[in-house]
Design a protein around this ligand. Structure first.
Ligand SMILES: Nc1ncnc2c1ncn2[C@@H]1O[C@H](COP(=O)(O)OP(=O)(O)O)[C@@H](O)[C@H]1O
Ligand SMILES: [Mg+2]
Length: 326
């Protein structure tokens, strides 16, 4: 069984992915799965109706993998999306699909889909230049959070505490690039500097951690140096994150939840979530969950990693002992 991981092109971005790549490779090796890291730059597409030799890797025809694991998240380029779509057309199973990656790369579209199904999201507007400051203040109040439509690791997310600050930022954006797409969002103040990250694999929420910023910032991203601790997966958290992943079509997802008083608001969905923070505060093997799910979807049950087998063993044991809780 052979898989390709499609990773980020630039060496700087790749460095931030190296933990995940190494962990995935380590577990794949244990299951007899060959996992190769491929950059979109290595691929040439030949669109033809003739055969399956229409993907070239480093200029050579290559046998197609059984599955593709895109790991480029919000920085998935048009070219990378074209590669994923092409492989899908050739029958390669992709986790996640090109469609779901494209959906969640757009934070407004993500919110539109979730809100349509009544899931709780922060009130959000698409900026239109010149921005009507009064309308924004009327609908969202102040402070507001301003975000680029696509982004990750907290870059491109700003808090405007006052009307003056918001006005200045909007003028700067308009003067620099008036055709840029940005969203303006209500600030969920009870979540200042803290949020939850839930890992969802194959429709199942597998672990949750609380992230807290260490520098007074309102952004709690782990990659910004935030600290992490394990957090209980309550039924409400499970439902929200599993349902958000389902509605967005994601097989593998990192769902960010904001603390909204006693409840939560969905902040965003990530299609290639990092899992170094999660593994540092939980006794969890994330690649085992991911590869188990892929084995199930490819009908390769005999390759299931340990995590799936342990669950089977323990349910057998509880059946045999007649455990009333089973
Ligand atoms: N509307 C909001 N209210 C309060 N905090 C927010 C809001 N939106 C984002 N944040 C904080 O900023 C962080 C980054 O925002 P997010 O939309 O997840 O961007 P990124 O894709 O860069 O991670 C979140 O993890 C959260 O801590
Ligand atoms: Mg985020």
């Amino acid at each position: 069984m052979k898989g390709w991981v499609l990773y980020k092109e630039s060496s700087e971005l790749l460095r931030s992915e190296s933990f995940e790549l190494n962990r995935l490779r380590q577990v794949a090796d244990q299951c007899g799965i060959s996992l190769e890291a491929i950059s979109p730059e290595q691929i040439d597409l030949v669109v033809t109706r003739d055969d399956r030799q229409s993907v070239l890797l480093d200029g050579q025809g290559v046998s197609l993998p059984d599955f593709l694991l895109p790991r480029m998240g919000a920085s998935t380029t048009y070219f990378a999306l074209a590669v994923i779509r092409h492989l899908e057309r050739l029958g390669v199973q992709t986790f996640n699909s090109s469609q779901s990656i494209e959906t969640v790369r757009d934070k407004l579209f993500t919110h539109q889909i979730l809100a349509q199904s009544n899931l709780p999201v922060a009130k959000t507007m698409l900026a239109k230049f010149p921005v009507d400051i009064d309308a924004v203040e009327k609908h969202l109040g102040l402070p507001v959070v301003v975000k680029t439509i696509s982004g990750s690791q907290g870059t491109g997310v700003f808090l405007c505490e006052s009307r003056g600050h918001f006005e200045d930022l909007m003028q700067l954006v308009e003067a620099t690039k008036s055709n840029v797409n940005i969203i303006i969002q209500e600030f969920v103040s009870t979540s200042h500097g803290r949020d939850l990250r839930v890992m969802v694999v194959g429709g199942k929420a597998v672990a949750c951690m609380k992230r807290t910023s260490n520098d007074g910032s309102f952004k709690a991203n782990y990659t910004r140096g935030g600290s992490v601790e394990s957090h209980e997966l309550t039924p409400e958290i499970e439902w929200l994150s599993a349902e958000a992943s389902r509605l967005l079509g994601l097989d593998i997802a990192g769902i960010d939840l904001l603390f909204d008083g006693e409840h939560y608001k969905i902040c965003e969905a990530n299609s290639s979530p990092g899992f170094q923070g999660l593994e540092s505060c939980h006794d969890i093997n994330v690649p085992e969950h991911i590869l188990s799910f892929i084995c199930v979807r490819l009908g390769q049950l005999d390759r299931l990693p340990r995590v799936a087998r342990v669950a089977t063993d323990s349910s057998e044991k509880s059946l045999m002992t007649g455990d009333p809780g089973s």
